[in-house]
Structures are given as structure tokens and as C-alpha cells.
Design a protein around this ligand. Structure first.
Ligand SMILES: C[S@@+](CC[C@H](N)C(=O)[O-])C[C@H]1O[C@@H](n2cnc3c(N)ncnc32)[C@H](O)[C@@H]1O
Length: 240
């Protein structure tokens, strides 16, 4: 396997272009691979996150880095909320749109935009969802500041992101994550390194208390945290 260019996971313009092109290229196979490589656990992780938000149905929800929309759809299935999906990849958004129509979602809009520069006024959303997105932001803190800006006072940000389990599971998991997953991902997605980018970007990402500090740094007050499935994924809920 070709060595992976570490510049693609360093925040900046190069990462922005790489990430956008990569998700445009793998969009059609994204959902299938997501469920396969997570053994279906991704469905449970999003559902768990939604259950912690105690939605009433009247909220305006923005799904940032929405991709093919599974986080929004999980919220909508629980209770029909007004959804705005935002993503840099037009191909991922197209699939979300198709899925939203199939699922009879009303009151939804889809925007091709980057989190670092959101085309919304201050304080318009009650809830912001980000599943497996923050790790991909071109500029993490700039993106989180924008999310903070567009949330209403008292609004909530729910972030799901990969993290690493503790020993002794850590070694077994890292073997799967760094050796097995990229091979299966490459064969099915037909993309040279999208599934090498995945573990590399996770290993680089500040998880747990380090991410909580970043959330506090951009202005969020209370942050709650749940480690799911042996710590493979962490849910953060941050309050404005
Ligand atoms: C791993 S996918 C997650 C998709 C979806 N949230 C889910 O739960 O499956 C990451 C998504 O983040 C989007 N993305 C990456 N960087 C972004 C940015 N700076 N602004 C907006 N979207 C971004 C990608 O295009 C991609 O669709």
C-alpha cells in the first residue's frame, strides 16, 4: 500500500480539498461501508446520541458535516424536527436528499457549505448535530466557533467521534483499525486511501478531556461525555 500523505490530516487548505474530493468520490459506497466496518454499531451510536437530546419536536436542527444524513434521519425518526443539512461534499448531500425524500422528511433543507464559514445568522438553531465530522474539519476551532455562533443561547451541540479503547482492547482494535479496515475499505470504495485517512485522522484527533477543553475554549459551558462500545466512539453534548 502506498504511504499515506500526512499533510492531508494536518489542518488547512490542503486538508479541505482532500476531504471534499475524497467524500465526493466515496459517497455512493459510504453508507454500506459505514455499516459494514462498524458491524452496524453506527446506527446505535447515532440513536443513543439522539436519545440524550430529549427532543420535543419544535427544535430547529442543523446537521453539520451531515454527509448522507443518517444522524438527521435518526433524529427525525424519533420525532419530526426541522432539519438543515450542511456539507462540503455535493455528492454526499445528493444522497441525503434522496434518502430524505424516501423517508418522507418534510421541512428539510440542504446546503453545500463549509463549517468554517456558515451562511446563517447568529443564534438560529436549537440543536447542532455532528457525527464523525469534527475530525474532518479543515480548521477545528474555527468550525466549532461558527457552530457556537449559530446556536441559540441554551442550545446544544451533539458530537459523535471515534476515540480509542483502553488496553488490553486497544491493541486488538488498533490492529483492526490500521491493518484490516483500510484493506476492506479500499476494495469496496475503490478509493486509494480514504480508509487509511480514517484511522490516521482518528489517531491525530484530540479525544476525551482534550476535546472538552477545546469546546470550553470556544465558549461552550457544560460538556457531558459518554464513551460508547468500549470507548471506540465518544459522545459529547456541549451547552451554549
Ligand atoms: C465521515 S462523514 C460523516 C457523515 C455523517 N455525519 C454520518 O454520520 O455518517 C464526514 C462528512 O464531513 C464532511 N465535511 C468534512 N469537512 C467539512 C467541513 N469543513 N465543513 C462541512 N462539512 C465537512 C464531509 O464531506 C463528509 O460528508
Amino acid at each position: 500500500m502506498k504511504s499515506f500523505d500526512q499533510n492531508y490530516i494536518t489542518q488547512g487548505e490542503l486538508k479541505r480539498e482532500y476531504v471534499k474530493q475524497m467524500f465526493d468520490a466515496i459517497a455512493k459506497r459510504y453508507d454500506f461501508l459505514n455499516h459494514l466496518l462498524s458491524f452496524g454499531f453506527d446506527i446505535y451510536w447515532r440513536r443513543f446520541a439522539i436519545s440524550k437530546l430529549n427532543l420535543s419536536g419544535s427544535e430547529r436542527v442543523v446537521d453539520i458535516a451531515c454527509g448522507t444524513g443518517d444522524f438527521s434521519l435518526s433524529a427525525y425518526r424519533k420525532i419530526p424536527v426541522k432539519i438543515t443539512g450542511v456539507d462540503v461534499s455535493i455528492n454526499m448531500l445528493k444522497i441525503f436528499k434522496e434518502k430524505a425524500m424516501k423517508n418522507g422528511v418534510v421541512n428539510s433543507s440542504f446546503l453545500c457549505a463549509e463549517v468554517e464559514n456558515l451562511p446563517f445568522k447568529e443564534g438560529v438553531f436549537d440543536i447542532c448535530l455532528v457525527a464523525f465530522g469534527v475530525r474532518n474539519f479543515s480548521f477545528l476551532e474555527r468550525g466549532l466557533k461558527e457552530i457556537y455562533r449559530v446556536l441559540k443561547g441554551g442550545g446544544k451541540l451533539a458530537v459523535l467521534e471515534f476515540s480509542l479503547p483502553k488496553a488490553p482492547l486497544k491493541q486488538i482494535y488498533l490492529f483492526y483499525f490500521r491493518k484490516i479496515l483500510p484493506i476492506i475499505g479500499k476494495i469496496i470504495s475503490k478509493h486509494d486511501n480514504a480508509y487509511t485517512y480514517l484511522p490516521e485522522s482518528v489517531l491525530r484527533f484530540p479525544e476525551g478531556i482534550d476535546f472538552v477543553k477545546i469546546l470550553n475554549g470556544v465558549g461552550f459551558g457544560k460538556v457531558e461525555m459518554w464513551r460508547l462500545t468500549f470507548g471506540i466512539v465518544t459522545l459529547y453534548i456541549a451547552y451554549k
